[in-house]
Design a binder for this molecule. Structure first.
Ligand SMILES: Nc1ncnc2c1ncn2[C@@H]1O[C@H](COP(=O)(O)OP(=O)(O)OP(=O)(O)O)[C@@H](O)[C@H]1O
Length: 226
């Protein structure tokens, strides 16, 4: 179970963007979080993935409260998450070939020996052929780069996927392809999903249940901003 308990978070302690929000995702469950631009969804998604320390509240992973954030999170907790962001160009090192973007988490956790195998599995799964895997981010489209970022998110076989507007800049067919990859991974592994976005149709079709930001708690959300 991934539990967010009474989370308050933001960038200025005097004016948090997330206030007293609670949300739980059961193992294998897909939860959509729907809200307007600027309300704080991404901030909450980053808290859930242990990438942003909340000002107050607790993230509980399978009964164990998280204490460290980012690189200070225990490896077992950090690697339990695969995270996919809206803008792949901000999250992929521009100097790396796509194969190395995908393999980065394996190398960072001392699992170099698995690189060739995992690339052989994940490249075809996300629709990236051998030639594309040799290119750098500036030599591929946003959709191709997002496919690589999805493969990177899956490479350590996470128990939880956090997708923050992962398809916002993609066309309908790439969106469908990436959602299908996530769903086949979840069927195979039983991973849970928190998908954040503002596209109600997509989230309702994709997820077991969809909650709206307004129903989650008291926030200082700024509808229409951002
Ligand atoms: N690094 C930051 N420093 C300061 N303020 C930030 C930072 N990141 C986000 N914010 C502010 O926090 C608020 C919530 O941002 P957040 O990205 O969580 O919203 P969101 O609901 O995901 O929006 P969108 O759908 O537009 O991505 C916004 O008002 C935003 O300007």
């Amino acid at each position: 179970m991934l539990e967010l308990r009474d989370i308050t978070a933001g960038y200025d302690r005097r004016a948090p963007v997330v206030r007293g929000v609670s949300l739980a995702v059961a193992p294998g469950e897909a939860v959509g979080l729907l809200g307007p631009s600027g309300c704080g969804k991404s901030t909450l998604a980053r808290v859930a993935a242990l990438l942003h320390r909340p000002d107050a509240g607790t993230v509980v992973l399978d009964g164990t409260p998280a204490h460290g954030w980012r690189h200070r999170a225990p490896r077992a907790q950090r690697t339990a998450f695969g995270v996919l962001f809206q803008q792949p160009r901000l999250s992929a090192d521009p100097r790396l070939r796509l194969a190395d973007v995908i393999a980065e988490p394996l190398r960072a956790t001392g699992r170099k020996t698995e690189v060739a195998n995992r690339l052989g599995e994940l490249g075809p799964l996300v629709g990236l052929g051998a030639e594309l895997l040799t290119r750098r981010p500036h030599e591929v489209s946003d959709g191709q780069l997002q496919r690589a970022c999805l493969a990177r998110a899956l490479v350590l076989r996470p128990r939880w996927l956090i997708c923050d507007e992962m398809t916002a800049m993609l066309d309908a067919s790439t969106t469908a392809a990436l959602v299908a990859v996530v769903e086949s991974y979840r069927r195979e592994t039983g991973a849970g999903l928190l998908a954040v976005g503002h596209d109600r149709t997509l989230l309702e079709r994709w997820c077991d249940r969809t909650v709206s930001w307004a129903a989650l708690g008291t926030t200082t959300g700024m509808p229409g901003a951002g």
